[in-house]
Write a protein that binds this ligand. Structure first.
Ligand SMILES: *Cc1c(COP(=O)(O)O)cnc(C)c1O
Length: 389
């Protein structure tokens, strides 16, 4: 099949799947097996010699997982993809598979908390890091050290959803011979193509929009054949954080509706964000299409917006944050995002104002994940909860 002829919607819907691979099914088979058998010992050893290309053992390659990996590689415009049991397993595999003692990572933008905790842990193994949270290319350039091997970007970033200038950063990194990696979970490969902007590696927490129903945990790394092969042998095969065939099948099912779900998340989140902007109890709306600092660049880099964003209550008191969240009726109180049901969260726990201030996170910050209940219903719910504070 000529995959270059397929658009993103067709890849999501399964036009790329052939009748033989799917055993005639409109959905691919779940190849629930731990190992594969061979006709001879010689054939088995030939398989083991190139385990990244052959079905030998499901800790390496599995046909159901491979169908998903091919789709994600096509969607991100990468040569290859490996899937993992969670987004964090994917992040760990990149750090540990490509870095070594005395290397340095430069983080750009507000990066997902557990990724930063992992970076702190890696300091024990001689890998150091720095963080630049604003979109200042001079500051980024100044923070590059002789040993900087990786620039790790999240854009839009966690909690504040600020956007950074990806093409400028990758141009700088290329000039200095530094690898770049992005956490592209927020935009998904449908709304942002980082590899086309020069990024070397794209990571997805498929737990979020790709799965889309809050019923599966998974991660993916998309890159060149060379880097994926390195990650395969250095970490994927050895750390063992693999995606199960059934979970891969759930994600293939998730992809079937991803384009349609995202259209609805995009429209409804924008409606909610625009209304919040007009509410006198709201100080700032942290949505990349709305925030004055982000909207111009976001319009250039993203082809759509998903459903997660933040806003800041004028009063940052914990009591008000708590009352607002507890009074919401439709939004479920919980972490994570990207599912069909709306979710609400605040990083404020009532006794971490100092630590939030150090990270430039306003104490009145609320994060919502706009689900598929419909914008009118969600706006009504937010309005009544705001009226109660
Ligand atoms: C959730 C998340 C991750 C981690 O993914 P898991 O599947 O939970 O391990 C990484 N990055 C971002 C931006 C996330 O929101």
């Amino acid at each position: 099949m000529d995959y270059s002829q397929l658009d993103d919607e067709q890849i999501c819907l399964g036009t790329d799947e052939d009748i033989e691979t799917n055993l005639g099914g409109v959905m691919p088979p779940i190849v629930q097996t731990s190992l594969f058998k061979f006709k001879s010992l010689e054939a088995l050893h030939a398989g083991l010699d190139k385990e990244h290309e052959n079905y030998v053992y499901t800790r390496g390659q599995n046909p159901t997982v491979e169908i998903l990996e091919k789709k994600l590689a096509l969607l991100e415009r990468g040569e290859a993809c490996k899937c993992f049991s969670s987004g964090m397993a994917a992040v760990s595999a990149v750090f540990m598979g490509l870095l070594e003692k005395s290397n340095h990572i430069l983080f750009v933008n507000n990066v997902y908390g557990p990724t930063m905790q992992l970076a702190k842990h890696l300091q024990k193994f001689g890998i150091d890091f720095d963080v630049v949270t604003d979109n200042d290319i001079k500051k980024i350039e100044k923070s590059i050290r002789l040993k900087t091997r990786l620039i790790y970007i999240e854009s839009p970033g966690s909690l504040l959803f600020h956007v950074v200038d990806i093409p400028t950063i990758t141009a700088l990194a290329k000039k200095r011979g530094i690898l770049t990696c992005i956490d592209n979970s927020w935009a998904t490969p449908l709304y942002q193509k980082p590899l086309e902007m020069g990024v070397d590696i794209s990571i997805q927490s498929c737990t979020k929009y790709i799965g889309g129903h809050c019923d599966v945990m998974a991660g993916a790394v998309i890159s060149s054949n060379e880097l994926i092969k390195k990650i395969f042998y250095n970490t994927f095969l050895l750390q063992g954080g693999i995606l199960s065939p059934f979970d891969a099948w759930l994600l293939i099912r998730g992809l079937r509706t991803l384009p349609t779900r995202l259209k609805q998340h995009h429209a409804d989140a924008l409606s909610v964000a625009h209304l919040l902007q007009k509410n006198p109890k709201i100080k700032t709306v942290f949505h990349p299409a709305v925030h004055p600092k982000d909207k111009e660049l976001a319009g250039k880099l993203l082809t759509g917006y998903t459903g997660v964003f933040g806003f800041e209550l004028k009063s940052g008191s914990f009591k008000k944050v708590e009352r607002f969240i507890d009074n919401l009726k439709i939004f479920n109180i919980g972490i994570s995002w990207g599912g069909t049901q709306s979710l609400v969260f605040s990083p404020n726990n009532g006794h971490n104002e100092e630590s939030l201030k150090m990270q430039s996170i306003p104490s009145g910050l609320i994060r919502i994940s706009v689900g598929l209940e419909g914008a009118d219903r969600l706006i009504q719910d937010i309005d009544q909860a705001l009226a109660s504070i």
